[in-house]
Design a protein around this ligand. Structure first.
Ligand SMILES: [Zn+2]
Length: 325
């Protein structure tokens, strides 16, 4: 049975899934390959019957995107959330949670190739799913992730999207929240509002801008062309963001990924959503949700010094992307 253990030293929850080592994912061959010979569990529509459908867009009969439970996710809601140990160094909970996969009918279509209206509706479907899970008092946060390509640690050469709900706040989000909280207390605006305003004033790292959304290569990105796509105004949660802003976000995401594809020959990348935790009446005035795109031009391990080393200046990356129009 899966369990969550807390690491006090690194302040991080870890999900242990012992059954995974005995029954490997069918497509997890454990080796890195650039071919697409590895079969995808969603190649045939059988998974719709076997795993069930949570939602489909535009309809179950002619779907282009469906949300389905991930059989291999490890977390489950089969038993209620339970503290198995509350000792300081040995905090443990059962692996309570939800792991959904968003499967696209065209497995090889990149987000950059989607029509903005279609992507907007797919994002609205995800919002609806998040709102429905928000009613579960044992769920604290959600993550939306797409890993595109082996260099971004994907197990398949083409990406599906994962929507994961868990009873904890992951370490990275937790540290982001405390940074944003401190900034908000001092400046009375969100850190991203302040940062985005400055970036727009400088302009040299901005890639996309309309009246509601912006995308930019981060001033000190941890990866080459480490990109943020965000609403200009602060909303704590993606699932509570007005439609007009979501339409802009869909356009910003497509346009940014299309420029990345053209400027850098369709690189591997990771797409991550950073949105405020659920519950607490959604009271996170200091949080400002955003997508982060981390292109992976090569397999990047940690540097010897522990300091990330990046070979491409953010201004150069942004300029290359803007001129790829
Ligand atoms: Zn597939």
């Amino acid at each position: 049975m899966a369990e969550l253990r807390y690491n006090q030293l690194f302040r991080e929850w870890v999900l242990y899934v012992p059954e995974r080592s005995s029954s490997k994912k069918p497509h997890d061959t454990g080796r890195v390959s650039s071919s697409d010979s590895v079969s995808c569990p969603f190649d045939s529509n059988l998974f719709l019957k076997e795993q069930g459908v949570i939602d489909a867009y535009p309809s179950l009969e002619r779907w282009t995107a469906v949300i389905t439970p991930d059989k291999y996710g490890g977390m489950s809601r089969a038993t209620p959330l339970k503290t198995l140990s509350s000792e300081y160094f040995f905090k443990t909970m059962n692996g309570y949670g939800i792991h959904d996969v968003v499967v696209f009918s065209d497995h090889h279509k990149r987000i950059s190739q989607y029509d903005a209206e279609e992507l907007f509706h797919i994002m609205e479907m995800l919002k609806k799913r998040i709102v429905s899970v928000d009613a579960d008092a044992s769920i604290s946060s959600y993550a939306l992730i797409q890993r595109c390509g082996f260099r971004a640690s994907a197990s398949l050469s083409h990406p599906h999207m994962h929507l994961i709900f868990s009873p904890i706040i992951p370490g990275e989000l937790s540290s982001l929240l405390s940074t944003c909280y401190t900034y908000f207390q001092e400046e009375k605006e969100t850190l991203l509002e302040g940062y985005i305003r400055k970036e727009i004033a400088y302009g040299d790292r901005v890639i996309f801008q309309d009246s509601h959304a912006v995308s930019l290569v981060q001033y000190a990105g941890l990866f080459p062309a480490d990109i943020i796509v965000a609403p200009q105004k602060a909303y704590a949660h993606m699932h509570r963001t007005p439609e007009i802003v979501m339409r802009s976000m869909a356009r910003a995401l497509i346009q940014t990924l299309a420029l990345l594809d053209r400027a850098f020959d369709a690189p591997d990348y990771g797409l991550h959503l950073y949105s405020a935790p659920l519950q607490d009446g959604g009271l996170y005035p200091y949080m400002h949700w955003f997508f982060r795109i981390t292109p992976r031009f090569f397999i990047q391990g940690p540097s010897e010094s522990g300091i990330p080393i990046v070979s491409l200046l953010p201004e150069v990356a942004a300029s290359r992307m803007r001129t790829a129009l």
